[in-house]
Design a protein around this ligand. Sequence first.
Ligand SMILES: C[S@@+](CC[C@H](N)C(=O)[O-])C[C@H]1O[C@@H](n2cnc3c(N)ncnc32)[C@H](O)[C@@H]1O
Length: 236
Amino acid sequence: MNYTYLDCLALFGVGGAHPGGLQLTKEIVSEEKINEQTALLEIGCGTGQTAAYLAQQFGSTVSAVDSNNIMVDKARQRFSSLDLPIDIKLGDTENLPFPDANFDIVLSESVLAFTNVFSTIPELKRVLKPNGILLAVETVLEQPIPNAERDNIVDFYRFPQLLTEDEWLAAFKKAGFQRIDSTKYQASLEQIDEQHASDFSLSEYIDDELLEILETHEEITKQNIDKLGFRVFRCS
Ligand SMILES: C[S@@+](CC[C@H](N)C(=O)[O-])C[C@H]1O[C@@H](n2cnc3c(N)ncnc32)[C@H](O)[C@@H]1O
């Protein structure tokens, strides 16, 4: 069986599987006006840690979508155990199961890079209300790297593309976002080590291959600490 990195996250049930984890999420959303009237969508919600936080903290109407059925099951269990009325759907960011102009805020934490951004970003724009905001934490290629290194990263994560900051900005602009703010997020090696420690929802059977995949992810992260960066994009 050849598992992908995303299979591995799903089977371990890693919550907060984005740089900065829930702490960064809290900082990002604290900058926004969110209340009971806000309609929020979290794409690529994984096990639902962020969606649950948003519903609990703000009492907003929260929807969540993920294309991995293990993730959706684990998120559904989380919401039901916390008695949170979150609308969770199995679905693809490139063809979202929501009507046009439906959300005030769409949140994406380490998701777009795994999708075809040229299909996904226009979909996010479509489901956002005209004054809606897209908040995205994403991987950025910080400097040119040899093709072999690039291929290694892209193949391991199965990224359809690996964009520089300027390429991200161009993709958001092309989809119709007019104002795009980009903030650099720099994780230290200690933060990377600590990051996945707190919130797991393990599947019953964990193959040894999955541990190897996690190790490879950590090696790639550490080897490329100056080359693979992160940005918080705020697009309106
Ligand atoms: C790195 S994980 C991040 C999960 C979550 N946002 C978090 O921070 O814990 C990426 C997530 O995006 C989901 N995903 C990847 N491609 C997707 C797509 N095309 N449509 C919907 N979800 C997708 C994966 O299943 C996975 O749950």
